[in-house]
Design a protein around this ligand. Structure first.
Ligand SMILES: Cc1ncc(COP(=O)(O)O)c(C=O)c1O
Length: 401
């Protein structure tokens, strides 16, 4: 049996917050979203843990100054951000590359506008984070998916289909998720290089959403598209990142757009001013700077808790319901589980909500055909994960009787 070390137990005790009745989407929108306020929520991708103390202190200090007029990017922001990228991922950022946005989803919408025209085709690899599809469809473009292939507990890219699809010459933009939500893959450098080479060959703009880059689990190491083949493809790509997943800062609305190629960057600047004049999120930047400078020990403990939650979930399913396969978790803090051997697609919601009392993300949100999958958020109290897993196992066993 996996065990939570004393250090990690202490991290949980010190950082766990009861978020109910705090206007938390995950906890307080259950009635509206699922029709039942009493479900145990493991859906939206944020956490029950307080951001690092140094971040809270930096915010308090800035708030006490009391003025929130138009502001500049805080001194030292770039150095803090670039320092984190260099230390954690060996990425050598240049200051010129950096633009800000109020969230990665905002940027996905902007990328679709910038790179395509109404009616154009945009590529995704389903199952994928559903705002990828919304960004395409809400803008009147067409989603084309080269579906990922599920080989038991490991998802892979179908490179033959990818090439055939790109070779048709209709795709203008590829929204790529790396690490990949919801299947939890960290793409290897070899896989990334194949993707990048194909995009270069067929003149497709690749936008890589690397918001989950810091969640490296079970010995897997993240490679940014910026670093593939020693940076050979840097000028081809646009990379989206944010401190929001890593340090639980989503509602402070601060994210990054990285564009190494100077001409592309100029084109982006010319475009983006026509849709929004972005004021920076001052508090978001104050928080991010402090997090990048002082949040590493906190984050490493968080990774320990997520790893523990994943291992205990996997162990519980293997022991009690071996017919259920849990995808290998390499990156992200989201576990993607296929209940098909026991639950039919049309009974899934009733099973999860009414019998297990859980609020989860459904696979059908990520890919129509994944209608027997659920996605569980593991960046939370181990007691919550244990309760959820126990309820699932008990009901799965009842179901098989
Ligand atoms: C792949 C991916 N991109 C973007 C986001 C959301 O980013 P933001 O809150 O910055 O819009 C999420 C949140 O779960 C995500 O999983």
């Amino acid at each position: 049996m996996v065990e939570l070390s004393n250090t990690l137990q202490q991290f949980v005790t010190e950082n766990l917050v009861d978020r109910k009745h705090t206007a938390a989407l995950k906890w307080d929108a259950l009635q509206e979203r699922y029709g039942n306020a009493d479900l145990l929520p493991l859906w939206v991708a944020d956490m029950e843990f307080k951001t690092p103390k140094a971040v809270q202190d930096a915010l308090i200090q800035r708030v006490e100054q009391g003025v929130f007029g138009y502001s500049l990017i805080p001194d030292g922001y770039f150095e803090a951000f670039a320092g984190w990228q260099a230390k954690r991922h060996h990425i050598q950022l240049e200051k010129d590359w950096l633009r800000f946005d109020h969230g990665v989803v905002n940027s996905l919408y902007a990328m679709v506008h910038w790179c395509t025209k109404p009616g154009d085709q945009v590529l995704v690899l389903q199952p994928v984070y559903y705002p990828f599809m919304s960004a395409i469809e809400d803008n009147g473009r067409q989603v084309v998916s080269v579906d990922l292939v599920n080989q038991g507990d490991r998802w892979t890219i179908d490179f033959d289909r990818l090439e055939t699809t790109l070779a048709q010459g209709q795709i203008k933009l590829f929204l790529f998720c790396s690490p990949h939500n919801p299947v939890g893959r960290i793409w290897t450098e070899a896989e990334l290089e194949k993707v990048l080479a194909l995009c270069r060959q067929y003149h497709v703009q690749l936008v890589s959403d690397e918001i989950h880059q810091d969640f490296e689990l079970n010995g897997h190491k993240f490679t940014s598209v910026l670093n593939v083949a020693k940076g050979r493809y840097q000028n081809d790509v646009v990379v989206l990142t944010a401190p929001s997943k890593t340090f639980n800062l989503a509602s402070l609305a601060n994210s990054h757009v990285l564009i190494p190629d100077a001409d592309k960057r100029q084109a982006y600047d010319d475009f983006i001013k026509t849709i929004h004049a972005t004021e920076n999120s001052l508090l978001g930047q104050v928080a991010a700077k402090a997090a990048y400078q002082h949040g590493e020990a906190w984050f490493d403990n968080l990774l320990g808790v997520i790893t523990y939650n994943y291992q205990s979930l996997k162990e519980a399913f293997q022991t009690n319901c071996p017919e259920i396969t849990v995808a290998d978790l390499q990156g992200t803090y989201l576990s993607y589980i296929n209940l098909a051997p026991v639950v039919n697609a049309d009974a899934l919601e009733d099973f999860v909500q009414n019998r297990c009392g859980l609020a989860v993300d459904y696979g059908a949100w990520f890919a129509p055909k994944d209608n027997t999958y659920i996605r569980l958020n593991l960046a939370t109290d181990p007691a919550i994960v244990k309760t959820a897993v126990q309820r699932l196992i008990t009901e799965l066993k009842n179901q098989t009787k």
